[in-house]
Every structure is written in C-alpha cells, then in structure tokens.
Design a binder for this molecule. Sequence first.
Ligand SMILES: C[S@@+](CC[C@H](N)C(=O)[O-])C[C@H]1O[C@@H](n2cnc3c(N)ncnc32)[C@H](O)[C@@H]1O
Ligand code: SF4
Length: 377
Amino acid sequence: MLSIYLHIPFCQSKCDYCDFFSVAVPHPRFANYPALLHQHLELAARQPEWQGPVHSVYFGGGTPSLLTASDIAALLNSIDNGFGLATDVEISLEANPGTLSLAQLQGYRAAGVNRLSLGVQTFDNQLLQQLGRRHDAQDSRQAVMLARQAGFANLSLDLMFALPGQTLPALREEIRNYLELAPQHFSCYGLTAEPDTPLGAAVRNSHTTLPDEELYADAFLTLHDALESAGYRHYEIANYAQADFACRHNLVYWQRQPYMGLGAGAHSFCDIDWGQRRATANDLDAYHAALQTNTDPAETLETFNRQTAMAEALYLGLRTRQGVSEEAFRTRFGTGVASAFPSALTELANRLELQDGYWRFRPHDWLLFDRLIQAFF
Ligand SMILES: C[S@@+](CC[C@H](N)C(=O)[O-])C[C@H]1O[C@@H](n2cnc3c(N)ncnc32)[C@H](O)[C@@H]1O
Ligand code: SF4
C-alpha cells in the first residue's frame, strides 16, 4: 500500500502568514511543472521501495487548483500506470475560493478527484484582507455550492482561529457560519506568526498582536466543544470529521506508513528498515536541473534507528484520538511502550492513558502537545 503526495508550489500571490514553499505566478517554471512531475513519477516507478497499489493521492500546495483538470487527469493516469490506483482510492485536491468555476470543478471530479479541501480561513472580510487573502466570504460560500454541484460529496474546509483581534463571541459566530455549510471535514489551525513572513514582521514590530496563550487555549477548546456537539469527531489535533470522513491520506502520516512525495519541496517516508525520510529541495531550478539529467531530486533527510523510530511512532500517533496501539507497537518494535520509555511514562503518569489497548492523550492535553511529547526524546 502506498500514498502519494504531489506538491504544487505556485500561488496567485503569497498570503501574509504563509511560509509553505510556494512562489507567485506568473513564474517561468510554472508551464513546464506538470511535465516535470510526470518525469519524477516515471523515475520513482523504477525504484523498488515504492510499491502500489496507491490508496491515497493528495495534491497539496501552494495552490493545486492552478493546474487544469486535464493536467490532474494526466497525472492520475500516470500514477495508475506506474503503481496502480486502488479501486477505493481517496484523491484530495486543495483549492482556493475565488479561483474556481463549475466547469473546472466538474473537470477535477471527472478526473477522479473525490475529496476537495477549500481554504476558507475566515468569513470576516476585513481579516481576510488583513491576512492577504484574495477572496471574500461570499467566494467561499460560492465555492462550496459549486463543489457540491460538481458532485463533490467529501468537502473539507480550512479554518484559522486565534486571528488578530478575534474574540470568543466572534469565533462562535465564525463557527456558525462554517457549520451552515455542513462540510464533511474541518482542518483547524491556530494562526502562527512564522518569522520569515510579513505577519511575523508585523508581530515583531508590534503592528499586529495575536491572542495570548490563554485566549488561544479558550479558542481551541471552544472549537472542540462546538464541532464535537455538531457531530464532528476531533480525530487529530487539527482535524475534525463526520463519521467515515477522516482524511485517509493524513492518517498515513500519523500512522508512520509509507508515502512518496513528488514535486519541489515534497517530503517522503520510506518504510525500509526503521524508516527513512527524504525531501526534494524548496528550489524549482534545482528540481528542473535534476530531472533534466534523470537524477532523483530527493535527498535523504533522516535514517531512523530502532530508538528514534519508536520515539517518532509516539510523536505521530499521539497526535490522534485513536492513539498508539500497544499491540502494533510491540509487533513492530519487539517491546511495549512502557518498557521502551519508562521515565517518560512516569513523567506523563497523569496525562498519558492506556485504554482498550491504545495509548492516548486527552484532547485538552493536546494544547500542551509540544511540551508533553518531549518526554520521549
Ligand atoms: C499550505 S496551505 C494550502 C491551502 C491553499 N493554498 C489555501 O491557502 O487555501 C494549507 C493551510 O495551512 C494553513 N496555514 C498556512 N500557514 C499558516 C499559519 N502561519 N498559521 C496557521 N495556519 C496556516 C491555512 O489554513 C492553509 O489553508
Ligand atoms: S496559504 Fe495557500 S494560497 Fe496562501 S500563500 Fe500559502 S499556500 Fe498559497
């Protein structure tokens, strides 16, 4: 079983908070990019470590909806030829409101995309502008309507919280707006001021203030309560889904299963020995140059040993509501979690619980995740 991630590092313009690898179009490397992805795929299909069938494909970005439906159809066709698509394959595509027509969405659906992730972010037009988004609230509503009309029955919305000046009543109003659209899935991200972004600079210079830790925690728990009451399961720190709509592709990351990344700036996890992480550089020229000479553009970032693999399995698995299966851990590593990490278990005695064979944190402890997880490293 394999999952494939395709990184599309192009956007109409850069949002003020975003430090994901993407460049603004027009860009000289844009037109040829799908051809490079095909070449990358052909190269990967000859590597014995990547074995199909493929059970999830994710077009992420950047803005994958800058590619045409025929680009997407051709890439899916090549993936099918190279690896084989499972009959129930989940195929996700990230799309930005304000850039989508009905015909384009119908084209994606006909190409085989069956899950659409829309970057709504907020319904507050003033905040959208302040964050450097190109769309408004009405564009988001329209995008959801068109996606449904085009036949998408699995919609995810990106929601950002802890926005500048956002109070709890304002967040509750936001949540009401989101729930009216009744998507199957939400990804919820607290706004982070990444250092190398205009937002990072504005926060450093005190031109913008983000909510403090206490308000952040209240916002996280407000979201948790409201979305769970509306029937969405908080299945991972940042993700909520209706029954049967958890994102299969993302579960692969948290369960430490293999995935292959294609494109400049894409990451891969390869399941050889204790595992290996690889990445292609955030560099479109280097990506182009490597493929011109038929060279694998990916470099190995980390090769795991048993100890680092065990710690990573916990780091990833404890982000999920399901948690880490004691039995699966024992089968993989030949030891149980408690005997592998005795001092971490003592340190986390009141937080980490073993229930029905799974180790897990409670959702409100996820707020402390970055601190708590250090016990395993
Ligand atoms: C890589 S973006 C791709 C989605 C798509 N390009 C869009 O903007 O609609 C994935 C999501 O990450 C979130 N994100 C990006 N930067 C963030 C930041 N600094 N803080 C919080 N969330 C962020 C946004 O919600 C965004 O929709
Ligand atoms: S948030 Fe999305 S649209 Fe904005 S710059 Fe990042 S990837 Fe591009």
